[in-house]
Design a protein around this ligand. Structure first.
Ligand SMILES: Nc1ncnc2c1ncn2[C@@H]1O[C@H](COP(=O)(O)OP(=O)(O)OP(=O)(O)O)[C@@H](O)[C@H]1O
Ligand SMILES: CC(C)(CO)[C@@H](O)C(=O)[O-]
Ligand code: BAL
Length: 281
């Protein structure tokens, strides 16, 4: 297993393989956990060569504190990946390597997918994600690239990006990996106290109850009920909860049996912003 830090060296490594080997890319921001490893394992079963990128992309953060506090655990990440396969290539560039001129995002039009939920609450977030993901996809030119459903909106946006830019790359979505108590695994979970990391199972449990009510109660009363379950005094500061059509991510009022719906939530716990979502039907 080796680590490459420059785009030039990555091309030197990958170009000779292209004719004979399939390439899978797993983009990450590091601080790896079992959620990331599930993506990596899937990529290893479907490709001859897997590249895992580790890059904390500054242009997708609108909150400087969040960026500063983002965990950086490169040595531990390398060890975790080594435990999965010695054949993985890690691409871990610096900020100046990826943004040599200006640390600035391109501006995209993702047909409204970026205007709701994470896009509405994190200014410029999906322009930042689009910029770095497009850059990585064009650099690595993988056959397949892997993204988690924990960031379901991001996954839909990247599918849109690939189709808009006509990139010949298959985008593979992977199910959410959860901690034993149901909390969606996230690098940010490491910033929670032990006690609140346990208590945070409340987020997933509430979504599960909402799912049971789906189809029997109207959408508004379900989301109002979810809101009532989060009390800042108990350490849960709800940012949003919304039920949307899975395909266009638009908020729904009337349920149509032929459509698929998901519930999405963002909650601050001890100042740490956690997101989750589940399918409702
Ligand atoms: N629990 C999980 N299950 C499945 N995929 C995941 C999970 N956590 C992260 N991923 C996926 O791994 C990829 C890299 O994510 P990222 O490095 O941002 O990790 P993260 O744990 O989501 O961090 P964050 O704390 O920023 O949410 C993304 O495609 C993301 O959706
Ligand atoms: C896709 C990604 C690696 C782009 O920085 C990031 O948004 C993430 O880790 O989900
Ligand atoms: N996993 C999404 C990356 C972010 O929170 O910025």
């Amino acid at each position: 297993m080796h680590t490459i830090e420059t785009q030039k060296d990555l091309k030197i490594f990958l170009d000779p393989l292209r004719d004979s080997k399939s390439i899978g890319l797993v983009p990450t921001m590091g601080a790896l956990h079992q959620g990331h490893l599930a993506l990596v394992k899937k990529a290893l079963t479907e490709n001859d060569q897997v590249v895992v990128s580790i890059f904390v992309n500054p242009t997708q953060f609108d909150n400087l504190e969040d960026l500063k506090k983002y965990p950086n655990t490169l040595e531990a990440d390398k060890n975790l990946l080594r435990g999965v396969s010695e054949d993985i290539v890690i691409f871990a560039p610096s900020v100046t390597e990826m943004y040599p001129d200006k640390t600035e995002a391109k501006v995209y039009d993702f047909d409204g997918l970026d205007q709701v939920m994470e896009g509405a609450h994190r200014d410029g977030h999906f322009d930042g994600v689009g910029t770095i993901v497009e850059h990585l996809l064009r650099l690595v030119m993988p056959d397949k690239a892997y993204f988690g459903e924990k960031d379901f909106q991001q996954l839909q946006i990247i599918k849109k990006l690939v189709s808009q830019q006509e990139l010949p790359i298959e985008i593979i979505g992977c199910p959410i990996v959860r901690e034993a108590n149901g909390l969606a695994m996230s690098s940010r979970n490491s910033r929670l106290s032990k006690e609140m990391r346990q208590e945070a199972s409340h987020i997933y449990n509430t979504l599960q109850t909402a799912k049971k009510e789906f189809g029997t109660k109207n959408v508004l009363s379900i989301t109002e009920w979810v809101k009532s379950q989060f009390d800042p005094k108990a350490g849960f500061d709800l940012e949003y909860v919304t039920i949307v059509d899975t395909e266009n991510l638009l908020e729904v009022e009337d349920i149509k049996p032929e459509r698929k719906y998901r519930i999405f939530i963002a909650v601050y716990v001890e100042g740490v912003r956690l997101i989750d979502n589940i399918a409702l039907n």
